[in-house]
Design a protein around this ligand. Sequence first.
Ligand code: ZN
Ligand code: ZN
Length: 359
Amino acid sequence: MKKPVLLICLAALTVLALAALAAFVWPGFLLPPSEDGAAPALPPEDGGLQVWFIDVGQGDSTLLSDGTHTVLIDAGDRDHGIKEYSQLHSVCPEDHIDILIITHDHADHTGGLTKILKECTADVIYAPSYDGENLSGMAGLLEEQRRRGAAVVIPEVNETVELGDIRLLLHCMAGAKNENDGCIITRAQYGSTVFLFMADAGTDGELDYLLHSGQTDPDCDVLRVSHHGSDTSTTQKFLNGVKPEYAVISAGKDNQYGLPDAVIVTRLAAAGCNPWITGQFGTILAVSDGTHVSLRTSLAEAPELAECSYIGNKNTHKLHDKECPSVTQMKEGNKVPFNSIEEARSQGYDLCTNCLGGQ
Ligand SMILES: [Zn+2]
Ligand SMILES: [Zn+2]
């Protein structure tokens, strides 16, 4: 009787050792790319909520799935939307979307919809109203969806939607002066984790979210940075309000607009969340277990995040640890990020007496 027990113990130990080795060699941070280079599907035991920031070039498309329910926010442009989306069919079984959110009628968000909606059915489509029109440029497409049984809905003020364990809040600025400010901002809560998708909201739109979305605790774990990281939004005030742990920017590699804007990348780095950019990382997957969120890329090797541990003041030529209280009082335009003290010193910066023990 003893021998089989010993063998089982040995086998179990071997499995444990191999698992430990695998975890070391292949940390959960990265997923291996599949042979055709497509974004890999997660092994089912990962469970939880998966949020796919799909690399659609210069555009925006995000897919949320808890394994049972699927929410699609925008569909990229005409050329990239369907290609990337079709790689994710395993997360969108039977080509069925529970909720489609069309944030606003700009081609880099809606161009891919025509093809996607030919292949997929959506139960509910949320689309904003602008100047009393419900996405006038897409009237034909939405009408066809209605005929196929989808409900096309203009969201109520701060409409909430429960989808299994996913709780959505849809926020639209009333009286917005342009389509970007009037877009649908989506807050998705799963357990205690919060994802905030800002679409292309400008400074007015994001301030309106802070003031009027009815959140007593506006913190988020993952911020999908507004407007592809353009300097038309993501103000310091907004970042102070939503305090993201991670930031994701959807912007095409080498795009003609030079996005994301360096000012925004610096501002995010100074706030402690170096952005993950689709143009750099490819499709990005965030996984929430209801308590914690982790981010991964489908690339074999994750590029370096723009690191920033120190902030220099361009005016006074003093260098501070990024956590130093002086940094919060510093004018945005005066902040210069540094990775190391040596780098700052070589550019003539002196160390702050409070945080870095300077003279
Ligand atoms: Zn856009
Ligand atoms: Zn836009």
